[in-house]
Design a protein around this ligand. Structure first.
Ligand code: PAF
Length: 278
């Protein structure tokens, strides 16, 4: 696996290839990331991953400084998963001057849910993804469905800017008990780790309520929030939305349940596509 620390090095490594398949990450890799890399391998003529903890997508009080940086094990995992080129710039290499030119995604998609609770988050994500796309020039890029809203916003950005990149969404990898794998799971204490699966269970409960014919969506959402609060969580949202644009659903539309909640000092997110229509 070749490692590129600068945009010039990356371009030298990729010069001979026509169809890079690309997996952007912030490192601290788990099996969910490695699923993306393995899926990428047959889709391109070279498999590229990036590791860059992107300051632009963290709010001042968030965990940018403490975000786990696990370079040696990340490199080993990427190598074993079939990554050919790792792009790992430092901040000076990716943002040599202050990145004042930013990508502002559609507020209808980006100012709700995660964007409401983490203002500016998707501006940071879209700006770095656009810049990484410009560096790597992939033909295909892979994103996890765990970050459901992020995947949707990236797809929309790619479509609106007519970027010649196919975006592939990959199913969420889960632990045996059903907890969605996330780099932030490492922040959980043992007791919190045992409790953490309740977020996924809450989403399943919401899906069951819809499947059993309940149509008071606000009631379902409130019940799920209250149940988590009773268990000591601080939920930001648990909602049922239509899959197409994450707005309030109407009859007959495919649904997704999305949730974000804090357990102790760790904020977890998850989602569940529901195989029943309203
Ligand atoms: O999902 C992530 O890890 C990040 O948001 C991404 C896409 C690598 C951009 O920094």
């Amino acid at each position: 696996m070749l490692i590129a620390r600068t945009i010039d090095e990356l371009r030298q490594h990729l010069g001979a290839f026509q169809r890079p398949a690309f997996v952007p990450t912030m490192g601290n890799l788990h099996d969910g990331h490695l699923d993306l890399v393995r899926r990428a391998v047959p889709l391109g003529d070279v498999t590229v991953a990036s590791i860059f903890v992107n300051r632009l997508q963290f709010l001042p009080h968030e965990d940018f400084d403490t975000y786990p940086r696990t370079w040696d094990s990340d490199c080993e995992k990427l190598r074993n998963a079939g990554c050919d080129v790792l792009f790992a710039p430092d901040e000076k290499a990716l943002y040599p001057e202050p990145q004042t030119c930013k990508v502002h995604p559609d507020p209808a998609l980006a100012d709700i849910l995660e964007g409401h609770f983490r203002p500016g988050f998707f501006v940071g994500v879209c700006t770095v993804v656009m810049k990484l796309f410009s560096c790597v020039q992939p033909r295909v890029a892979l994103f996890g469905k765990k970050d459901y809203q992020q995947l949707m916003i990236v797809r929309h950005m790619v479509r609106q800017f007519a970027l010649p990149i196919e975006i592939v969404g990959v199913e969420t990898r889960r632990a045996d008990d059903g907890l969605a794998l996330s780099s932030r799971n490492g922040y959980l204490s043992e007791a919190e780790r045992a409790e953490a699966v309740q977020l996924s269970k809450a989403l399943h409960g919401m899906a069951d309520a819809v499947r059993s014919g309940e149509r008071d969506l606000a009631g379902i959402e409130t019940r799920a929030m209250e149940a988590l609060k009773q268990r000591g969580w601080q939920p930001d949202y648990l909602v049922l939305r239509r899959r197409a644009d994450l707005q309030a659903p109407s009859a007959g539309e495919p649904l997704v349940a999305l949730g974000a909640a804090r357990l102790g000092s760790t904020r977890l997110i998850d989602n569940l596509e529901i195989d029943a229509k309203l």
